[in-house]
Design a protein around this ligand. Structure first.
Ligand code: RM4
Ligand code: MN
Length: 387
């Protein structure tokens, strides 16, 4: 790839940011509230628009329902458009109601299953109003003790709810199924891994695809293998990017293991899946518990851009030749040469070409927006992980 092509690919890259990253978050031990945090979905969108204003590659915001429930989603979509962004993925939430103690769509009680399904279907109505393409499903469903419930019956109930939701999708809409190894369930999780998600999606049809949340695996899992496999099968719908040291830490993507992020992006580039037409949605799913939220999102977008730039710089011809020749060290060297390139000057140039400040972090800090929201957002209820 020529340097001109690399720069064009970086200009065209798109990253979707999560509305909940701008609200307060924390651990089960403590939520440290931050001044200036949004009090409603509009203010979250306004903050997200800042990330796009300084990076130029993050024009889409995911919503979480019911956290971002409003009376008029069409109006919310227009509000976003006025700020230069649009509403993207609709995230369902069937994990915070008391009824879901024993599960949502897999609950042994048919009344609760119906209620959970009702929420999923309502989220498709919201997609119709916002013009969203993707419905993202993550289920906290599982059990804590062996024998607590029937594993197979729970899979049947899950399949039934997924099929009903899939049938409700309009043309051009997709269903993205996310998996997670454990937590909040500690013995069995109903969608614990990519294989389970993939098998369900395969049965459902073309518009059901898998989401890889990079924080949802056992330590040591080779995530780029999963990426390569799903891409090859046409079943990779999206990423939830974040990074982790231990479990589902939801830290900034590229912070814990930038090399892993590079390896993932190498598979993306290898499959020519960076282009919007590939259908892979590159989303962030993060929480900024102790750091300021808007700059943390800007930094995260930049981290993805840096990993992408390095992946684009891999000399594909030299790599293929070394692999074909069985040149183990040569092939590894080609990859490491790209990884070890300082791509920050290249990205600064890309930003200048886009009419942006070459240093998004400094430009945002200078803008005075952070001080303004602290001064203006006084009173009201700060947003967090609650409806
Ligand atoms: C889950 C999962 C979902 C996200 C929620 C907030 O762990 O990663 O994607 O919507 O957290
Ligand atoms: Mn996620």
């Amino acid at each position: 790839m020529t340097e001109t092509d690399v720069r064009a690919a970086l200009r065209a890259q798109r990253i979707e940011v999560p509305s909940w990253a701008y609200g307060n978050s924390g651990t089960r031990f403590k939520v440290f509230a931050q001044p200036g945090v949004p009090r409603n979905p509009e203010e979250k969108i306004a903050d997200a628009a800042q990330v796009h204003a300084y990076t130029g590659v993050a024009p889409v915001v995911s919503l979480h329902i019911p956290w971002d429930r409003v009376d008029d989603f069409g109006k919310l979509a227009s509000y976003a458009a006025e700020r230069g962004v649009r509403i993207g993925t609709i995230n369902t939430n069937v994990f915070q109601d008391d009824d879901y103690r024993l599960g949502s769509v897999t609950n042994p009680d048919p009344r609760i299953r119906r209620k959970a399904l009702g929420h999923l279907l309502e989220c498709v109505d919201i997609m119709d109003a916002t013009g969203s393409r993707d419905l993202k499903l993550w289920f906290s469903d599982g059990t804590n003790y062996p024998g607590q419930d029937d594993i197979r019956a729970r899979q049947d109930r899950l399949a039934e709810a997924l099929a009903a939701t899939y049938d409700r999708l309009g043309p051009g809409q997709r269903m993205l199924l996310e998996y997670k190894l454990f937590e909040p369930a500690f013995y069995l999780t109903d969608v614990p891994d990519w294989g389970t998600a993939y098998a369900h999606c395969l049965r459902l049809g073309e518009r059901a695809q898998v989401v890889i949340d990079t924080g949802h695996h056992a330590p040591g899992t080779n995530i780029e293998f999963i990426v390569a496999f799903l891409l090859r099968e046409g079943k990779l719908g999206a990423f939830d990017f974040n990074s982790r040291f231990y479990a589902d830490d939801d830290l900034m993507v590229g912070a814990a293991d930038p090399f892993q992020l590079f390896r993932i992006m190498h598979e993306i580039v290898r499959a020519d899946a960076l282009r919007a037409e590939s259908g892979v949605n590159f989303m962030l799913d993060q929480c900024h518990n102790i750091e300021p939220k808007i700059p943390a999102q800007i930094r995260s977008v930049m981290n993805v851009q840096e990993a992408t730039a390095k992946a684009l710089l891999v000399d594909a011809g030299a790599l293929a030749a070394a692999q074909a020749a069985g040149d183990v060290l040569g092939a590894n060297g080609v990859l490491m040469d790209a990884y070890n390139t300082d791509v920050r000057p290249l990205l600064a140039q890309v930003r200048t070409e886009m009419g942006l400040d070459p240093d998004p972090m400094a430009a945002y800090a200078r803008s005075g927006y952070a001080e303004r929201i602290v001064a203006e957002r006084v009173g009201g209820q700060q947003a967090g992980w609650g409806a």
